[in-house]
Structure formats: structure tokens, C-alpha cells
Design a protein. Structure first.
Length: 334
């Protein structure tokens, strides 16, 4: 459908027709099962790889079945258009297909103030609405707040923002205002935080926590990324609970500028060796050193699918993230 405006009731009618068609296709077989646990709204640039977005959503559906509404913003003067189709899969060992709806809307920036009125009737009643904003440019548009207002949670990636400090200040302000947020830059830290926690699950290492005087975080980027500030904030918050208040130092290791973390060290005053360290090695391996021992572990590939899969598994507020964000914002200003 292409026109100057989009009628939500027309799209709902098209979805109804879609299910009738799918039901007829499934006659004589095991049939088609409709599955939905949320509405996932994706705000993206028209220049984004549509196939990659579609593949990510298709991979998410078996664990997080949803009605997906993909809004792709394009050049000025382009007419609003929409189409409706289904994402289907067949679980291993079963003959019944499971399907979810996907709505794709293409719109110019000028239509942003009106899209909340279009998207809201398309959401599934009584189920959560998650808005994944893939574009920092869209997030910074004043009218974006109107679209964000239809969602219980907004997911962004501060790692894609031009300024880590500005991104953290903006997200911290939104959090203070009561908005529920998720940041994929924070999600990238899950494995790093797990590795730090595993070091001190060893009771022999616990006394060393009280000796920590310095934290060194290195990264492969020209400027300190949001992940570095987040990791420092989480470590400081955790150590505050036992009365330890170390200094934090950030540094670039001048390696290939991938934007990822390369090293975290927990050091004690006047001791030449770190109490514990985790460093990024070749491939996706991480080297963990603690108590004179060295071990290696594999870090998972941080694809959009892996990051969103983890975030969609958190139905409400992430209390640890919400404590880390304001502190990370303060660190970015110091």
C-alpha cells in the first residue's frame, strides 16, 4: 500500500487476510500456529540493510515471538507505504508451522510526529511494546519522543553515538525522567562482568578485593567508548558495597580500532602484578589471570541477534544497569 497517509485499520485488515491465507495453506497438514509475546517496533534508516534486519528478527522469533513493526525512515518527499507479511518456522521434529506477523512501513522524517498514531493501533493489546531504535540520528530528533511514548522500553546502542559522553548524559537524563531504557553497549559487557565475578567466586581470591586500589581499563578506539565507562561504573558500584574505593584509569591500547574493550586490570598499591586481569586475545578468546594462574575462555560473537536476544529476555527494569548508567555518565564528564 502506498499513499500520503497510512490507515491502521487497513493494515489490520491485511493482517487478518494474511492469517486466512496461511490457514488455507495449512489445511490438510498440521496447520499454522500464531505466536506472539510482545510488539517489537524497530526504527531504522532506509539505508540500513533490510535483509540483515529481517534475518535478525527471524532469528529472534522462535524464542521471542512478536508482532514486528519495522519503520524505515527515508528521504524527504517519499510517500508513506506499508506491507504485511509473516515470519514462519517449523520446530525440529514437528509438522506444525509457527508464524508471527511483520509490518514494514517506509516513511520520510517529516511523518515522524504522525507515526505514533499509526503504530499504536497496530500493537498487540495487553502485551509489552519494545522499541528498538537502531539510528542515533532518529533518537536525537525531537519528534522521536512521540514514537517512544508508545513503548514500555526503548532499546538503543550508545556505542553507535558520535560522543560517548553526550550519549551517557542523554540516557541518564531519560532514566531520571522515568523512562525504561536498555543499551546494547551495556549488553556487550555481560561476558566481561561474568568473568570478573567468576574470579572472586574462588574464596581464596576474596581477601584481594579489599586490596584493590586501582582499576585500569583499556580499549581499541581513539576515544573512550561507553562500554569502558559502563564497566568502570559497575566495578565501582560493586566495590563500594565492601568499602573499597579505587581510582580508575582509561587508556587506548593503540590496536586495531574496533571500539571494543581489550583489558581490565584490578591492581593493588605498591604491587607490581595485577590482582586480576582479563585481556582480549586473538580471535574471540579472553585471557583471565588471577592468583598466578592463566586460563582462556571464548567470548561469544556480539551480533545484533545475540544482543537483542539477551535484552528481550529481561521483561522489566534492569536494576544493575540503572545503577551503572548515572555513574558512567559522571565518569564520562570527569
Amino acid at each position: 500500500m502506498g499513499a500520503g497517509t497510512i490507515a491502521p485499520d487497513r493494515i489490520l485488515h491485511e493482517m487478518s487476510d494474511l492469517w486466512v491465507s496461511l490457514g488455507k495453506q495449512g489445511e490438510g497438514e498440521a496447520g499454522v500456529l500464531r505466536a506472539c509475546s510482545m510488539t517489537l517496533v524497530v526504527a531504522a534508516e532506509e539505508s540500513d540493510d533490510a535483509q540483515a534486519i529481517g534475518e535478525t528478527l527471524a532469528a529472534l522469533m522462535p524464542e521471542h515471538p512478536s508482532r514486528a513493526i519495522v519503520i524505515r525512515f527515508g528521504e524527504a518527499g517519499r510517500a508513506l507505504s506499508s506491507r504485511v507479511f509473516a515470519q514462519c518456522w517449523m520446530p525440529f521434529g514437528h509438522r506444525q508451522q509457527i508464524c508471527c506477523e511483520q509490518i514494514e512501513i517506509t516513511a520520510p522524517d517529516a511523518s515522524l510526529p504522525d507515526l505514533a498514531a499509526v503504530a499504536l493501533p497496530l500493537t498487540v493489546p495487553d502485551l509489552p511494546v519494545i522499541l528498538w531504535c537502531r539510528s542515533p540520528r532518529l533518537f536525537h530528533l525531537k519528534e522521536f519522543a512521540m514514537l517512544a511514548a508508545i513503548a514500555q522500553k526503548v532499546v538503543v546502542d550508545s556505542g553507535a553515538f558520535p560522543s560517548a559522553s553526550a550519549a551517557l548524559q542523554e540516557l541518564s537524563s531519560a532514566l531520571t525522567a522515568g523512562h525504561m531504557l536498555a543499551d546494547l553497549a551495556w549488553t556487550r559487557l555481560t561476558r566481561w562482568r561474568e568473568l570478573v565475578a567468576q574470579i572472586f567466586e574462588n574464596r581464596a581470591q576474596l581477601p584481594n578485593l579489599l586490596l584493590i586500589s586501582d582499576i585500569v581499563i583499556m580499549y581499541r578506539a581513539a576515544a573512550t567508548p561507553t562500554t569502558a565507562f559502563y564497566l568502570a561504573a559497575w566495578l565501582l558500584d560493586s566495590l563500594d558495597k565492601i568499602g573499597v574505593h579505587p581510582l580508575v584509569r582509561f587508556a587506548s591500547d593503540k590496536g586495531e580500532p574496533t571500539g571494543r574493550l581489550s583489558l581490565v586490570e584490578l591492581r593493588a598499591q605498591n604491587k607490581p602484578d595485577a590482582i586480576a586481569s582479563i585481556s582480549f586475545a586473538e580471535g574471540r578468546a579472553a585471557e583471565v589471570r588471577a592468583g598466578g594462574l592463566l586460563s582462556k575462555t571464548l567470548l561469544t560473537a556480539l551480533t545484533d541477534y545475540a544482543l537483542m536476544r539477551e535484552e528481550l529476555s529481561i521483561p522489566g527494569r534492569d536494576a544493575v544497569f540503572e545503577r551503572a548508567l548515572p555513574r558512567a555518565a559522571k565518569l564520562a564528564l570527569s
